[in-house]
Design a protein around this ligand. Structure first.
Ligand SMILES: NC(=O)c1ccc[n+]([C@@H]2O[C@H](COP(=O)([O-])OP(=O)(O)OC[C@H]3O[C@@H](n4cnc5c(N)ncnc54)[C@H](O)[C@@H]3O)[C@@H](O)[C@H]2O)c1
Length: 306
């Protein structure tokens, strides 16, 4: 599959590296900054001799090079700065996305579009409307990263390997995220058999603040190692038609009682993008919170004139 990664910054370039190293497709890296994507692609190309693996990577400033891609991953845009909320990124990143989406619509009509740019849920909704593609083909990476963070934080608290823990986050990719502590399990055993409610609430709080914790420590820019790993997992599910359930920001039209909004929920992913939206049996309080998250995405979308 031809995979285009738009934005050759921290997340985009690391994503390109992970994708080619796993042999998931021929990768095209695009950035508006003169020479940036080309330079990074040349560097990635040189690594082939050392890795003893021949992958194809091309870097370009010309978005026309995304032509006929099967998957387009959008990481172009500004990253959050310390003290800046995702919502504050809205105005700047939506104008960047607008041009990109029009080009995708023109040049890669059958592509699946994976949105990564923040504020994620609104940008996903925006990309869906701007491309006019079917909703199974446009979705966002956010809550799978949050789920990985939640898993890791539980793993450290219990001193149990990440691989033994099943934990999911749904909702918005932001302060309104919903780490599902009540559904988390350690080798099939409910998390609440290992920790009390107070400790569980602390782990949820730490998960919600994890992105900001990383931003504050980095000083400049935001996370990229785990985000690119989250993109890799979604890409693998698509390219290998894995039918794996991964939480992504998906367009809901009735599911969870939500209409015409994009929010993070578990979805079965395969070669056509979203094969199915999985409806979890949520307690009322969580369901209400999910509805609130989805409404706030709609409100932001209205601010953008959608
Ligand atoms: N969804 C998530 O879980 C998640 C995780 C991490 C980062 N992000 C978001 O991903 C985005 C990128 O993060 P980053 O750390 O790579 O930032 P970065 O600043 O390192 O890279 C962004 C790149 O986008 C490029 N760009 C800007 N406009 C463009 C355009 N029109 N066409 C092509 N390229 C363009 C910039 O030149 C820059 O190189 C940010 O919005 C960030 O908040 C999302």
């Amino acid at each position: 599959m031809k995979i285009s990664v738009i934005g050759a910054g921290n997340v985009g370039s690391l994503t390109a590296m992970r994708l080619v190293q796993e042999g998931l497709g021929d990768v095209v890296l695009i950035d508006v900054v003169n020479g940036l994507a080309h330079g990074k692609a040349l560097d990635l190309e040189d690594a082939r001799a050392l890795l003893k693996y021949n992958y194809n990577i091309k870097g370009s400033q010309d978005i026309a090079d995304i032509k006929d891609s099967g998957l387009v991953i959008i990481t172009a845009g500004l990253a959050r700065k310390p003290g800046m909320t995702r919502e504050e990124l809205l105005a700047k990143n939506s104008s960047i996305l607008k041009d990109i989406c029009l080009k995708i619509k023109e040049l890669a009509k059958s592509a699946i579009v994976l949105v990564v740019t923040n504020p994620l849920d609104i940008m996903t909704y925006y990309a869906l409307k701007a491309t006019g593609f079917k909703s199974n083909k446009v979705f966002g990476m956010g809550v799978s990263l949050d789920s990985a963070r939640f898993t890791n934080i539980i793993s450290q608290e219990l001193n149990i390997p990440n691989t033994d823990i099943e934990a999911m986050v749904i909702g918005s990719h932001g302060e309104g995220m919903l780490p599902l502590a009540g559904l988390a399990k350690v080798k099939g055993v409910p998390l609440d058999e290992f920790i009390d409610e107070e400790k569980s609430a602390a782990l949820v709080k730490r998960t919600i603040g994890r992105g900001a914790e990383i931003v504050a420590n980095l000083g400049t820019g935001s996370a990229f190692f785990a985000p690119s790993a989250a993109i890799l997992a979604i890409t693998r599910a698509i390219v290998k038609d894995e039918k794996k359930t991964i939480p992504v920001c998906a367009y809901l039209n009735g599911e969870y009682g939500i209409k015409d909004s994009c929010i993070g929920v578990p979805c079965r992913l395969g070669k056509n993008g979203i094969d199915a939206i999985i409806e979890l049996d949520l307690e009322k309080q969580l369901k209400d919170k999910l509805v609130i998250c989805a409404s706030s995405v709609r409100e932001s979308a209205q601010q953008l004139g959608l």
